[in-house]
Write a protein that binds this ligand. Structure first.
Ligand SMILES: NC(=O)c1ccc[n+]([C@@H]2O[C@H](COP(=O)([O-])OP(=O)(O)OC[C@H]3O[C@@H](n4cnc5c(N)ncnc54)[C@H](OP(=O)(O)O)[C@@H]3O)[C@@H](O)[C@H]2O)c1
Length: 231
């Protein structure tokens, strides 16, 4: 496949490396300097591209998606922090018969972890002697809250709506991403954790999504790709 990568940061570079290893052609890596207000995302610049992979910033992603969809390019985005704009972007995708796949987390392990967390929450439901909480840890440069922690909380509350599952965040060092749900009782502690060891897992998921997306119009998420939308 011929892929355009939007965003030349930590994830953009990891995706470019993974894509090349998987035998794809990296058509362009488009960074911020040439892309003010999505200016580089034109039909001409993207001619021949099968899919775009976007990893930028919360303040840039929505314009980038608008431009990519208008240009008719199936787009995968992993940028976080723009969920409130999703309904508007979804209407644009529909109007243009475009294809978009978004995920706050492209790790296969995380999505299995979310399902395991839901099962765990069902087991602990109705046991008030255990307190529960979520801890998420990321590198110091992460600017927004963890979308994965929010997804984890939603999964847990689906199984046990009576609990709040408060989230504590740590921003320090170079941590690629750690999420832990803990149940702490008077005599023991139970914890389920997912620890990302590097960004390559996220990059591999994003490249797999770009391989899956062309020919599938509409708005999709990674769960749907992995599990076919089954609950
Ligand atoms: N879904 C997942 O699995 C996953 C995994 C990791 C991270 N993320 C998310 O992905 C996003 C990127 O993460 P990262 O670690 O790669 O961050 P990063 O290292 O800060 O990279 C972001 C890059 O986007 C560039 N940029 C800003 N505006 C742009 C524009 N209009 N066009 C093109 N590039 C632009 C930035 O350039 P400047 O530095 O010049 O501003 C920077 O190089 C964040 O939202 C993060 O939370 C998601």
């Amino acid at each position: 496949m011929r892929l355009a990568i939007v965003g030349n940061g930590k994830m953009g570079r990891a995706v470019a490396e993974l894509a090349a290893e998987r035998g794809h052609v990296v058509h362009a890596i488009i960074g911020r300097e040439e892309n003010a207000s999505g200016a580089a995302l034109t039909r001409e610049r993207l001619a021949g591209v099968d899919a775009a992979i976007e990893f930028t910033r919360p303040d840039a992603v929505v314009t980038n998606l608008e431009r990519l969809i208008e240009a008719g390019v199936p787009t995968v985005t992993g940028t976080t922090g723009w969920g409130t704009e999703l309904p508007r972007i979804a209407r644009l995708v529909e109007a243009r018969r475009g294809a978009l796949l978004h995920a706050a987390n492209f790790s296969v392990g995380v999505h299995l972890f979310l399902r395991a967390a839901r099962d765990l929450a069902a087991r602990f439901a109705g046991r008030p002697e255990f307190d529960s909480f979520i801890l998420e840890e990321h590198h110091a440069a992460k600017v927004d809250a963890s979308g994965t922690a929010a997804a984890l909380r939603r999964s847990l509350r689906e199984a046990d709506p009576a609990r709040e599952f408060p989230i504590t965040s740590v921003r320090a060092g170079s941590i690629p991403g750690t999420h832990v749900v803990t149940y702490d009782g008077p005599h023991d502690t139970v914890a389920l954790s997912h620890v990302a060891r590097s960004r390559r897992g996220f990059a591999a998921g994003a490249v797999a999504a770009a391989e899956w997306l062309p020919g599938r119009p509409g708005v999709h998420d990674f769960e749907e790709m992995l599990f076919g939308g089954a609950g």
